[in-house]
Ligand binder design. Sequence first.
Ligand SMILES: *[C@@H]1O[C@H](CO)[C@@H](O)[C@H](O)[C@H]1NC(C)=O
Ligand SMILES: *[C@@H]1O[C@H](CO)[C@@H](O)[C@H](O)[C@H]1NC(C)=O
Ligand SMILES: *[C@@H]1O[C@H](CO)[C@@H](O)[C@H](O)[C@H]1NC(C)=O
Ligand SMILES: *[C@@H]1O[C@H](CO)[C@@H](O)[C@H](O)[C@H]1NC(C)=O
Ligand SMILES: *[C@@H]1O[C@H](CO)[C@@H](O)[C@H](O)[C@H]1NC(C)=O
Ligand SMILES: *[C@@H]1O[C@H](CO)[C@@H](O)[C@H](O)[C@H]1NC(C)=O
Ligand SMILES: *[C@@H]1O[C@H](CO)[C@@H](O)[C@H](O)[C@H]1NC(C)=O
Length: 342
Amino acid sequence: MAEDPSFLPKDGFVLKLPKKSSLVLRMVVLLFVMVCAVYICSICLKQIGVSPNYGFLNVEVFERPCPEPNIEPWDIPFVHYPKPKTYNRDECSCHPVRYFAILSMQRSGSGWFETLLNNHTNISSNGEIFSVKDRRANVSTIFETLDKVYNLDWLSSASKNECTSAVGFKWMLNQGLMKHHEEIVEYFKTRGVSAIFLFRKNLLRRMISVLANSYDRDAKLLNGTHKSHTHSAKEAEILAGYKPMINTTLLINELRQIQEMTLKALAYFNTTRHILVYYEDVVKNLTRLDDVQEFLKVPKRKLKSRQVKIHGGSLSKHVQNWEEVMTTLKGTNFENFLHQEF
Ligand SMILES: *[C@@H]1O[C@H](CO)[C@@H](O)[C@H](O)[C@H]1NC(C)=O
Ligand SMILES: *[C@@H]1O[C@H](CO)[C@@H](O)[C@H](O)[C@H]1NC(C)=O
Ligand SMILES: *[C@@H]1O[C@H](CO)[C@@H](O)[C@H](O)[C@H]1NC(C)=O
Ligand SMILES: *[C@@H]1O[C@H](CO)[C@@H](O)[C@H](O)[C@H]1NC(C)=O
Ligand SMILES: *[C@@H]1O[C@H](CO)[C@@H](O)[C@H](O)[C@H]1NC(C)=O
Ligand SMILES: *[C@@H]1O[C@H](CO)[C@@H](O)[C@H](O)[C@H]1NC(C)=O
Ligand SMILES: *[C@@H]1O[C@H](CO)[C@@H](O)[C@H](O)[C@H]1NC(C)=O
């Protein structure tokens, strides 16, 4: 009963609205016309003030070919001048750009390594773009994705300004890279892409990181969120609180498989321009990054990352069945993994 009266006035208001709204509409149109008039006038005034050749000159500058870079002949195929579809490189359109791909495996420090590279003003490393299955569905989708990245049209949080001089991403071996290696090597060679291998020496530590990370995917130790990387020492401590149990029956075989896979990758990409970097060497001495910067021909900078290592110190405190792991690896090729620090 009380609903009707309260409804009627509203209805009445709605019925009146057309008259009011047509008035409002007229006002809006008038205002719009006025704004347009002012805008057109301001443009006219500007053009009178500025040389009428301005537009023409601009086009001429844009179309002039870039001067030959002063580099060694062998280096020429690795230098590019991409013209992004989505924006203009402006004053940097003649800055040469080099293409790279970080070839690595999960839990080998590539996330950390990438934040270091991205700390450089002239490097854009666009993350693990082939973690999305559709992009690695077949060779055509892979090439399409690569073309977009190397044309500087891949927009991610790592995209830098127009003056990027090295562009790439990280690519895990199991993300179509090994499967389509022949075509990808061909692409790298014809397009002048350089490969940065980033591997871990201590495959036992890597295995522990894999187990802990996959546990956390479900357990979500950090207040219900899963983090593969962290910037906080406290979070790192919480994440390292989980001690995985290692299946010692499978251990040696699994370590061997990983080792064989990295050797295979090195052999496949041996004929491309490449550099091999070990995570442990970078951890020990950040000047190893100077070699990477030299490889990418970017000006040398001190690079910093805010990421914090999760499993630091002795391995014995990170594994539940440490004694068993020790006895399994003693006397094998993998024995040194037990004692290495990183
Ligand atoms: C590099 O890291 C330093 C320190 O964290 C930061 O101040 C700087 O803005 C970073 N530079 C880039 C390009 O990300
Ligand atoms: C690196 O980036 C800076 C800032 O955008 C730019 O001034 C400089 O020319 C770039 N250097 C190279 C080698 O492209
Ligand atoms: C490649 O995969 C895409 C997406 O799944 C599909 O549309 C396309 O037809 C495939 N191309 C070839 C050559 O198989
Ligand atoms: C979890 O949440 C509590 C309460 O909000 C907070 O005090 C604590 O720092 C959080 N821990 C982490 C690891 O984010
Ligand atoms: C180790 O893996 C093997 C093969 O998957 C399995 O049969 C065995 O039960 C596992 N051992 C432990 C302790 O989980
Ligand atoms: C790569 O090729 C060079 C020479 O062609 C050879 O000496 C080297 O052993 C090869 N490396 C691998 C990992 O196959
Ligand atoms: C890191 O390596 C550089 C060059 O190889 C060397 O000069 C420097 O002393 C090393 N620093 C440390 C802390 O080992």
